[in-house]
Design a binder for this molecule. Structure first.
Ligand SMILES: Cc1cc2nc3c(=O)[nH]c(=O)nc-3n(C[C@H](O)[C@H](O)[C@H](O)COP(=O)(O)OP(=O)(O)OC[C@H]3O[C@@H](n4cnc5c(N)ncnc54)[C@H](O)[C@@H]3O)c2cc1C
Length: 300
């Protein structure tokens, strides 16, 4: 039997890219499926809810924290294996690996089509959960199979059954399922072209996104027929802040809410998100849907 270390009162702020949020009552970083099972058993015995955290790049955690067990899938459950077969690579990627590391592994092996992964700052598990994507491609273009843990069993689901859609997967509606990894198939290509394209996409991000401030990336999903950033800009909110808390609409890319200097609280960020939704609705009639996932209690 595994012997997992479950810590109490762990501040979650450092585990997120938005750099705000309170503590988890309990916190575990399993290193194996056995330890994961043990963590869930602990939560069940204590009557606690569980929340899964990857690299924390798409979550806003309440200032009150999470009154349950946070299970973080990170470095302790990582690893990437590239197997070259004829004209393609079969890549096995564990959930705790960074998606950028997966993208870089594909680029370095001369595999074409995973370059979009190189600049996304999430884990592989989070990327599957969110069906992460950029520059016209997303995870479901390359993922052939996902391995996950649920109710004590390790299960597999093929990519075409994982109900991938825009920033959504079957896992978005599964309770207490933990993605353990995925397999992707990526065709071979011209390595110089692949490297140049990955560099071009990285540069595009640097040019267009506020990467020097804490954020969750795009705060809102792209509404059908619109761009969230453009709607926010049209509502006069580019660079806008409600107060001097540090929570602001980025002046570089209106689709990003940033936490200037990392001093804003989750409530400050949440208040701004609510305000943006209201204002954009007033000016355009479009109600923006947050892409960011909220963990904990956000009643203001
Ligand atoms: C600067 C910046 C740029 C970004 N650019 C992009 C972009 O171009 N495209 C894009 O799609 N996203 C982008 N994002 C958002 C984010 O990186 C992605 O959504 C990413 O896939 C989230 O992965 P994560 O590991 O950080 O997940 P987290 O934020 O930790 O979690 C997100 C959700 O996934 C669930 N989850 C995470 N891991 C697992 C697991 N192993 N098993 C089950 N559930 C899990 C969590 O419970 C939560 O509901 C950006 C973010 C930032 C900060």
């Amino acid at each position: 039997m595994a012997d997992i270390d479950i810590r109490r009162d762990v501040l979650l702020k450092p585990y997120t890219t938005m750099k705000c949020g309170g503590p988890a009552a309990f916190f575990a970083e399993p290193g194996s499926a056995d330890e994961l099972a043990e963590a869930f058993l602990f939560a069940e015995k204590e009557g606690l809810p569980a929340a899964i955290l990857g690299a924390g790049s798409n979550v806003l955690i309440s200032d009150k924290g999470f009154d349950g067990l946070v299970i973080r899938i990170g470095k302790t459950m990582s690893g990437i294996d590239v197997d070259m077969k004829d004209d393609r690579g079969i890549i096995s990627c564990k959930a705790g690996s960074m998606l950028s590391a997966f993208g870089n592994a594909c680029v370095n092996a001369g595999l074409e089509g995973a370059e979009f992964c190189c600049g996304i700052p999430g884990s592989a598990g989070g990327a599957i959960y969110m069906n992460a994507g950029a520059y016209g491609r997303q995870m479901d273009d390359i993922v052939t199979e996902v391995t996950y843990w649920k109710e004590g069993d390790i299960r597999k689901i093929s990519g075409d059954k994982a109900e991938f859609s825009y920033r959504k997967s079957i896992f978005s509606s599964m309770k207490d399922a933990v993605i353990l990894g995925f397999t992707a198939e990526v065709p071979c290509g011209d390595i110089d072209k692949i490297r140049a394209y990955a560099d071009e996409l990285r540069q595009k991000r640097i040019n267009s996104q506020p990467l020097n401030f804490p954020s969750c990336g795009s705060t809102f999903k792209r509404p059908e027929g619109y761009f969230a950033g453009r709607l926010i800009e049209d509502a006069g909110l580019k660079g806008f802040a409600l107060d001097d808390s540090g929570a602001a609409v980025s002046a570089k890319h209106a689709g990003f809410v940033v936490n200037c200097e990392g001093k804003a609280s989750a409530s400050d960020v949440y208040r701004l998100i609510c305000y943006i939704r209201e204002k954009v609705f007033e000016t355009s009639g479009v109600m923006l849907e947050p892409e960011v996932k909220f963990i904990g209690d956000f009643d203001l």
